[in-house]
Design a binder for this molecule. Structure first.
Ligand code: SF4
Length: 377
């Protein structure tokens, strides 16, 4: 995850370089349940409103949680399906909070209502993230449910009224890019705390002209707008968090933007970006699915590293006999193609390996989702 607003702040108010502390254990995104009240078009868990067999019991979830704590996992992002459909979501969240985890809730927002908002507030989640795919009908079409946009925005509002930090997660596609400016406006209109621009895991084949490809031009335009908006918020003293995900080339694109607009700060920002280090799948980000299978991140559901019902997470995570985990943890990663010859590997770390694996059947091939031109790399 690229924390744009943090780097924008760094640009306006530079801070001295400090040694980087490497996290001991990863942030864990945990899909507690696959059931969902919606059937979104781009759902990576292919959820539905049915019970899925073989899911971890609440007792099993608790013992995994004990292992995660002993392993020093700092953050749990409770997700689904729709996590609010888990019958024990509040008990699980409370236990995690009591154990000292930072516990965020990742929801579609439609089930946050006046009936349960007090329970949600009582947990004191430091962050509730709600996915929105556009404004009104655009969102409803993606989510395949009329009225879901209004329900989700209402959920965000209820959180805000209770003083819970809430944010939007927007996945950019060719079908909703036209709503992107309006999404940023919604941030202002509803005074929302955080904006997460998630890139679609673009599956187009490589060897294309990146400057003329419609998907890449759209991404670049969206990023330009996001930079400008983030800068404006920072200059106005509005503390709004802006992050991007699923395309670490964003950080390199940002560096080029800095070079063009604030050339005197470019060297400082470049060093800070290198300290951050780019893609962290399999290193600082982990995923546990509803059945207990561990994956390098949420887009690797087709690749199991082991199951927490048979082996502790801490052991699975450190086992580099798995070739994918060995490569992800290697520094620099064994990259090929344009990623191998890229001058900004230290910033991007080869981006999203699952795209390379899906398109070229090789997780170390170049990332086909990199929207930077040859000159820019
Ligand atoms: S070429 Fe590869 S390493 Fe370089 S910015 Fe693009 S995705 Fe990242």
């Amino acid at each position: 995850m690229f924390r744009l607003s943090q780097f924008m702040r760094e640009l306006l108010h530079p801070t001295p370089l400090k040694p980087v502390r490497k996290p001991v254990a990863p942030v864990v995104i945990w899909n507690l349940i696959r059931r969902c009240n919606l059937t979104c078009k781009h759902c990576y868990t292919t959820s539905a409103d049915i019970n899925f067999p073989g899911e971890l019991s609440t007792e099993a979830i608790y013992s995994v949680m004990d292992d995660l704590k002993a392993f020093k996992v700092p953050v749990l992002i409770l997700s689904g399906g729709e996590p609010l459909l888990h019958p024990d979501i509040f008990a699980i969240s409370q236990r995690a909070k009591d154990m000292g985890f930072y516990v965020a809730l990742s929801t579609n927002g439609t089930l946050i209502t006046v009936e349960n908002i007090q329970q949600i507030a009582a947990i004191n989640y430091p962050y509730v993230g709600v996915s929105l795919d556009g404004i009104g009908a655009t969102h409803d079409q993606f989510r395949q449910q009329q009225g879901s946009f209004d329900a989700s925005v209402h959920g965000i509002q209820l959180c805000r009224e209770q003083g819970i930090k809430a944010g939007i997660r927007f996945t950019l596609t060719q079908d909703n890019a036209h709503d992107f400016p309006a999404m940023l406006q919604l941030m202002d209109d509803k005074d929302i705390d955080k904006f997460y621009l998630s890139h679609l895991n673009y599956g187009g084949r490589g060897n294309k002209n990146r400057q003329s490809d419609a998907f890449f031009s759209m991404t670049r335009e969206a990023m330009d707008l996001l930079f400008e908006q983030c800068l404006q918020w920072e200059q106005q003293g509005i503390q709004r968090e802006v992050v991007t995900g699923n395309n670490d080339a964003d950080a390199v694109y940002f560096l080029h933007w800095v070079k063009q607009n604030y050339p005197e700060q470019a060297a400082h920002i470049q060093t800070k970006l290198e300290q951050w280090g780019g893609n962290a799948s399999g290193v600082n980000v982990a995923n546990i699915d509803n059945l207990g299978n561990v994956h390098p991140d949420t887009f690797w559901w087709h690749y199991d590293l082991g199951n927490v019902q048979h082996r502790p997470f801490s052991e699975i995570w450190q086992d580099i006999s798995d070739p994918l985990m060995a490569g992800l943890k290697q520094s620099p990663r064994p990259l090929k193609g344009r990623c191998a010859r890229c001058s900004y590997q230290k910033i991007c770390n080869g981006n999203t390996r699952v795209r390379a694996q899906q398109i070229y059947a090789d997780p170390w091939a170049e990332d086909p989702g990199c929207y930077l031109s040859e000159t820019e790399i």
